[in-house]
Design a binder for this molecule. Structure first.
Ligand SMILES: Nc1ncnc2c1ncn2[C@@H]1O[C@H](COP(=O)(O)OP(=O)(O)O)[C@@H](O)[C@H]1O
Ligand SMILES: [Mg+2]
Length: 285
């Protein structure tokens, strides 16, 4: 009996302590837990608002910075083009080689900054997907031009294969271009000999457009394949390459692919090459 009474006394004491503490926390000896909770919620709301504001400021800052960084690089690439076109007289072979190198490096920087820009857009809730008619032959030819600016190992052949009579694809051209630029960029970067083929095929049964980038490069083993779409993930071999990148490309490819409803399939064999295929519905669902 005595023990029960002692226990009840201890419990009452603990309860009084807790109530006092809540009163203290609410800033003034009040014993109203409802009010204390309300204050806590308000405090959390204010800090959440502050964090969101800081995040918006960061997104805006990165957006301005990447725009500013891209502009001068654009000018360097343009001047390189003019020099190569002979706008100021024909260049000698050794001069040409230097301008080509300068142009390739500038274009690599441009792509890297574009990826950062894209990541920032995705984080800030990239705008709505656009629906426009895309002529696939034209798009792939454009990709070929883009690929020409990338530093490619001498002797590697780059080809575009598209059958005649492909239907128009209704999708977001900008997003598709970013996806293809990354896939083609990887194919070029990881291929030392052989060929890179960009091709298109229409599957009438499923009404799907299939865009494929195939290479005869270093390949990816099964263990690595599970990680390639993760942010900042790079295979061991990639660090040893002259233009290592930062492991953002395929992460962006996956995120943008999801936005346009594309399935991405990868087939690869270490040492033999890789195939990345996009299957995109001809019309958005
Ligand atoms: N075509 C390819 N051939 C071989 N490995 C590839 C290929 N594409 C991607 N990978 C592997 O996936 C990794 C992630 O690719 P990505 O996100 O584009 O990053 P990054 O190109 O900056 O290394 C690469 O580092 C590489 O290990
Ligand atoms: Mg890449």
């Amino acid at each position: 009996m005595e023990q029960v009474q002692r226990r009840a006394k201890v419990s009452a004491l603990a309860q009084r302590n807790l109530t006092e503490k809540m009163g203290r926390n609410s800033g003034g000896g009040r014993c109203n837990s409802g009010e204390w909770l309300k204050e806590q919620v308000e405090e959390m709301r204010v800090s959440c608002e502050k964090a969101q504001k800081a995040n918006r400021a960061k997104t805006e800052f990165i957006s301005t910075l990447t725009h500013e960084l891209r502009m001068p690089i654009h000018v360097i690439v343009g001047c390189g083009d003019l020099l190569l076109d002979g706008a100021w007289g024909m260049l000698q072979e050794n001069q040409k080689a230097i301008v080509v190198k300068m142009r390739q490096n500038a274009s690599y920087l441009f792509d890297l900054i574009s990826d950062l820009m894209e990541l920032n857009r995705l984080d800030g809730g990239r705008g709505v997907t656009r629906c426009e008619e895309i002529d696939i032959n034209g798009l792939l030819e454009e990709m070929k031009m883009v690929a020409r600016l990338m530093p490619k190992t001498e002797g590697v052949v780059l080809e575009v294969m598209t059958p005649a009579g492909l239907p128009l694809l209704i999708s977001d051209r900008d997003r598709l271009k970013i996806i293809l630029r990354n896939l083609v960029g990887n194919a070029i970067k990881f291929t030392k000999e052989g060929r890179i083929t960009i091709s298109a095929h229409f599957d009438p049964e499923d009404q799907m457009m299939e865009l494929t980038v195939r290479d005869t490069g270093i390949g990816i083993d099964e263990k690595e394949r599970q990680h390639i779409f993760e942010m900042f993930w790079q295979g061991d071999d990639s660090h040893a390459r002259p233009f290592g990148g930062v492991g953002l490309g395929l992460y962006i490819v996956k995120r943008l692919g999801d936005q346009i409803g594309a399935e991405i399939e990868v087939e690869s064999e270490k040492g033999k090459g890789s195939l990345f295929q996009l299957r995109i519905p001809l019309q958005p669902y």
